[in-house]
Design a protein around this ligand. Structure first.
Ligand SMILES: C[S@@+](CC[C@H](N)C(=O)[O-])C[C@H]1O[C@@H](n2cnc3c(N)ncnc32)[C@H](O)[C@@H]1O
Length: 330
């Protein structure tokens, strides 16, 4: 049985963990002045910052990798924008917008296509300096700029009430302090402004992490697993919870929906790359290769992915998940 094999233990070598700790003077942390943190480098896609308040921030450490493994995120952004862009109250006289947690900037580029062509300003921000640098190098122009900013930190003064629209795609589930992030979104908006936000609810990738976290083989690597799981993954009624929080903050016209999404990966390699681009466990390459094999097998055994084989030996993989889509105004 597959799960019996997982009783063998693979321990994270202390040397790897210790050598990856740097002190608070590191540039990525220093640029986000509200954080007093120590941070650990991930050899793969992400970087984890441990804050003094005990919260962890997951940031993008490898925008190049994300850029070639984010088809799922790009497809979902297009689907949501197709459905919701006409509900946004575009001013058509020089709209200003902000995209929170923009990562490599490829979804910001998609967003631009839905904005009136005479928009005045599009600011996209991310807590990861590397992601912002990559996005600025590849996607900035006269009206579009990328900058480092923490969605759950204190907002720069000049950003208060500075935007007609706030967008965020696939980022808010990484935020531990949801209330602060939503309050910030409210404060970024001018009176009458609106927001469109998408973030993960129930997601099979997290269920697989939970299963592997209980096996002695992966337990030590996945000990912080709860930190990386969307706060809405196991929630009974996330629509109600988000609506209540937004009402208390003062939002109006709140529309929160949980959408069941299906993404079809066209190869085993494609799903493995997607998982790798958002894998937060600091695994060195050789350990990660074994992990992803077990991940894939566990995902099949617990039924969170379905494999379709055609008669010429190719497989595609169905992956279902839930996306929270929020539209509201100030
Ligand atoms: C999965 S990526 C999504 C990127 C892009 N929006 C997309 O749809 O492809 C999530 C991004 O949120 C960023 N992020 C995480 N915590 C953040 C925070 N506190 N403030 C700003 N960005 C944050 C990460 O660095 C990462 O780039």
């Amino acid at each position: 049985m597959f799960f019996d094999k997982l009783e063998k233990t693979i321990l994270p070598p202390t040397t790897v963990m210790n050598s990856s700790v740097t002190d608070v003077t590191d540039t990525a942390v220093a640029s986000v002045s509200t954080l007093v943190a120590r941070h650990r480098r991930n050899s793969e896609g992400l970087q984890i910052i441990d804050c003094v308040d005990g919260n962890k921030i997951i940031t993008m450490n490898d925008p190049e990798l994300y850029n070639v493994a984010n088809s799922l995120q790009k497809k979902a952004a297009v689907q949501c924008l197709n459905e919701y862009a006409q509900k946004i109250h575009w001013k058509n006289i020089g709209d200003s917008a902000i995209d929170l947690g923009c990562g490599d900037g490829s979804v910001t580029v998609i967003l631009k296509k839905y904005m009136p062509s005479n928009y005045k300003k599009l600011v996209a921000c991310d807590i990861s300096e590397k992601a912002v640098k990559y996005a600025n190098e590849h996607h900035s122009d006269a009206a579009t700029m990328f900058r480092v900013m923490d969605i759950q930190g204190d907002l720069p003064e000049e950003m208060n009430s500075a935007f007609h629209h706030v967008f965020s795609f696939y980022a808010l589930h990484w935020i531990r302090n949801q209330e602060k992030a939503f309050r910030n979104i409210y404060n970024l908006l001018e009176e009458g402004g609106d927001c469109l936000l998408t973030f993960l609810g129930y997601t099979p990738i997290y269920s697989v992490y939970n299963v592997l976290a209980q096996c002695s083989k992966w337990k030590s690597w996945l000990k912080d697993v709860n930190t990386f799981i969307s706060p809405y993954h196991d929630m009974q009624d996330p629509e109600k919870k988000v609506t209540q929080m937004m009402e208390e903050i003062g939002f109006r016209n709140i529309d929160v929906k949980v959408k069941e999404m299906l993404f079809v990966f066209d190869s085993v390699e494609a799903i493995k790359n997607t998982v790798k681009a958002i894998e937060p466990f600091h695994m060195p390459k050789d350990v990660y290769e074994e992990f992803i094999q077990d991940y894939y097998t566990a995902a099949q055994e617990i039924g969170v992915i379905e494999i379709n084989n055609n008669n010429i030996g190719e497989s595609s993989i169905n992956c279902k998940y839930c996306l929270l889509v929020v539209c509201a105004s100030k």
